[in-house]
Every structure is written in structure tokens, then in C-alpha cells.
Design a protein around this ligand. Sequence first.
Ligand code: C2O
Ligand code: CU
Ligand code: CU
Length: 506
Amino acid sequence: MNAHRGFQGVACGSFLLMVGCMDGGMDHGSMDGMDHSMGHFAPAPVVVEGAFTEVLGRIPVVEGTSATLEPQAVRSKPDAGSLDALGYSSAGPLGPTLSLRTGDRIGVTLRNKLSEATNLHWHGLTAPADLDGHPDSGTAPGASKTYSFPISNRAGMYWYHPHFMGSTARQAYRGLAGLIRVTDAQEEALKLPGGLDEIPLVLQDKRVSAGSLVYAPTSSDVMSGWMGETITVNGVASPVLKVRKGWVRLRILNGSNARIFQLALDDQREMRLVGSDGGLLGQSAGIRSQLMGPGERTDLLVDFSKDTTGTVHHLHSLAFANGGVQGRQSFRVLKIVVDSSVGTTTAMPTDLGPISLPDPSKAARTRVFTLDGMGAMGGTTGMSGMTGMTGMHTINGKTWDPRRIDETVVAGQTEIWEFKNTTDEPHPVHVHGLQFSVVARWGGRIAPEPFEKGWKDSFLLLPGETARIALVFPDNPGDFLLHCHNLEHEEDGMMLRFRIQSAGGV
Ligand code: C2O
Ligand code: CU
Ligand code: CU
């Protein structure tokens, strides 16, 4: 079985231009979704770069604390014929950026104009449990729901997307996702590049066939996750971005269902890493590349002050090791052209302010979560709960069950959670309702990465790796999720639920 998967991967790695690899067509179409006897990985589609001529648009921003989001069918391109995408307004795929300050109370109304249920999840924020977007609580077509709660998170870039069981992956892929930009006084005092020089980038990959967006994962696509040959930034395929001479702040979300990016600039110039999922790091760090799994965010300052007008750069995704079917190709994501105008040229701070990450030595206990299932190296485990299309991906041998509370924790307590990837595919692990820190990693990479030195809500676990995270549970009782943010894996059942109990019991 391993040999067979190895063959699949090698075949596509060696023949990058093979049509069968590009459309994922090979022989896996013969898998009918019922035969799970082989963990059969679809190869990552080979990325086909576009022309890099379409100008990257600014994502619309909603200033203020109230917004109405109206999920509905939209065209993936303004001039394309079919309503193959989804948006939070008639303007097109993706939603507006919600721009907020810590302490704001938001009131966001979801008016469902879809023909199926949906809901909203606030990825990275600490929202009340009943507003966190539970897989079993959706808003019916034609109905509305208002999400009102205070923003307790620090400055950072968070995001929203649906989380309704059975449709999270498809709805997010078709365009239901948006950014949440939170600021606070500590961040504002640093005077990081803002306005034109602060550029949100939502990276995604899409599969386009005959001009329309395709979402039709077979069971072998579920093994790898659904990936596409077309890379989009803020919904635009292979766009071009004009930047001013000076510092530019790139605030990046990997909003793909499954694709991992190894981001670097073409000349591999140093980028100043200033933030992670949960806001600013304590200190900036120079990096030349960053491996980003689905759900993760990064905050990078890049200095274009010494480039002459018209200089062209590209943001690349480089090849990387140990990515399962991914990482075999280097491709360009975004063209960057340096403009004649001059932007932010003041020196950037290296001290970004104190952050108080969880102290692992205070941990009351350690819980172990083993990511396993059909893709397990050297055998299968946890297959008993398998039904229909689900069950190839498990955590501690279990698939998602809405009737079950898998773990119970106490508000205010510190714990270590150890995640072990026993499979031969990567898993981007995500925990709802809080930010944590990555304290150790082994079995592949041997330490937390520089971009994991701050607050995180999602991190990548490559094949064979184990990582430990330290969490302090907020005083926000109720039920929250932990899952793989490869959205096909999540839909396949790689998701558990934990309950936060208040410190006094109950
Ligand atoms: Cu963005 Cu449950 O996740
Ligand atoms: Cu989340
Ligand atoms: Cu996974």
C-alpha cells in the first residue's frame, strides 16, 4: 500500500507536465468512494501560472462594528457566465474585511441567500461557544442570524468562513471567506506601514475547467485534499501588485482548502517577520521563506526602498521536502512591480512589545492527539467508525461525532497538547476559541519555526512529525472544535470537540 502511494507520487513528481497529473485524472477516477481499502492519494495538480497582468484589487473593507453578510451564488469572474462561485455580497467571491479594534462589540448579521444552510466561524477569535459556528448549527436558506460579541483578541489578522458540517469545504472553496483585521493601541504605536503599504493577501488555489470553478473531490482527492492548478490572490488568478518604494506590510492568509505554500521572494531577500496568527511577535525576525498551511496567517515587512522604478519581483512558492503529494513544484504566486512613488521609509521597530505566551511548566496535564487513519504509515487504524465517504482521517482513532464531547478542560488552566502525525500526508492542525504557542517539534523538522514563536491558532504537522503546543483555556465556557484545516480531511471526520468548563465546575 505504501509502495503504491509512493509510485503515484513519484510518477507525478517526475513528469510534471503530464496531463494526467494536471487534472488529477490518472486512474483514481475508478475509486467510487466506497472502496476505502487503499489509501490512495490524488497527486497535487501541477500549478499553471497565468499572465500576471490583472491588477490585484483591494478587498473592500467594512469600517465599524456592524456588517451584513449575505452569502449567495455569484460569478467567479465578472464576465464569466455561470454562477459557480459564492460570495458574501453580489460583488463576487470572498467577503469584505471587517476592520475592528480590540474591545469593539461586533454585530454581524448573516442573511442566508443560499439554497442550503450555512453559518459563520470566527477563525482565531475567542467568540462565545454558541456563536463559534458549530458544525451542527446552521442558518437555513432565507433565514438570518446576528452574531454579537466583544472582540477580546489582540491586534492581528483573523478570518471568517462557514463551518457547517458537510459543506464547510465546498462553501469555503467556492468563495465564502473573509478577513478580520483587529488593531489595538500597542500595534498602532509601532507605526507599521499602513494605508497603501499594508496589503492583505488571501492565497488560494482553484480548479478551473472550461471557465468554471470545479469542486468534485473523489475519495483520492479527499486523501490529499482538494487542490487546483490556478493560484488566486484575493480571488484574482496570477495578479500583479504595484508597491511603493519603501516598506510594505504583507498580511497573508493561506485560505486554500489543502494547498501548502513555501513563500519566498524571487531574490530570496530577507523579509521581516512581525506577526503570526494571533498578532505581533515579541521581536521581529528576518526570514527568507515561510511554509504556510491552510488557515495560517503571517505578517511580513518587505523593504522595496532600494529598488528602482519598474523593478519586477515575484512572490514564489518554492518546492519543499516531506510534503506528501505536495511541495514538488516551485511556482509564482504574485508579480510585484515597484512604483515610482515613495512610501514608508522610516526605520521599522524590532521590538514589537511584550507578549506573554503560555508557560509550559505550568501545565496541569498533557493530552495526546494522534492523527491517523487510512494514510497511516505501516498500517491502518481507527477504521471502525467509517461510514460512506468519511473515516479515512481520524484523531485518536475517532471521526467527528456531534453527539460526543471528546475532551473536557478547565478555564484558566494550562495544558500541553501533543499532536502526532502518523500518516504520510501533512495536516494543518487548528484549535478553536483561543491562541496557543508551539513549544516543541520533532520527527521531521526539529524545532518550532521562527514564524511559530508567537500566538498561533493553526500550525502545520508534516508526515512523521510530532509537535507540542501550550494552551491556557480562556474563561469562555462551552464547546469548541479541534480539527485538521485541510478542509477535505475535516469533512472526512478529522475533527473532535472539547468542552471548556468554568473554573468553579459545571
Ligand atoms: Cu478556520 Cu474550524 O476553522
Ligand atoms: Cu477556527
Ligand atoms: Cu489533515
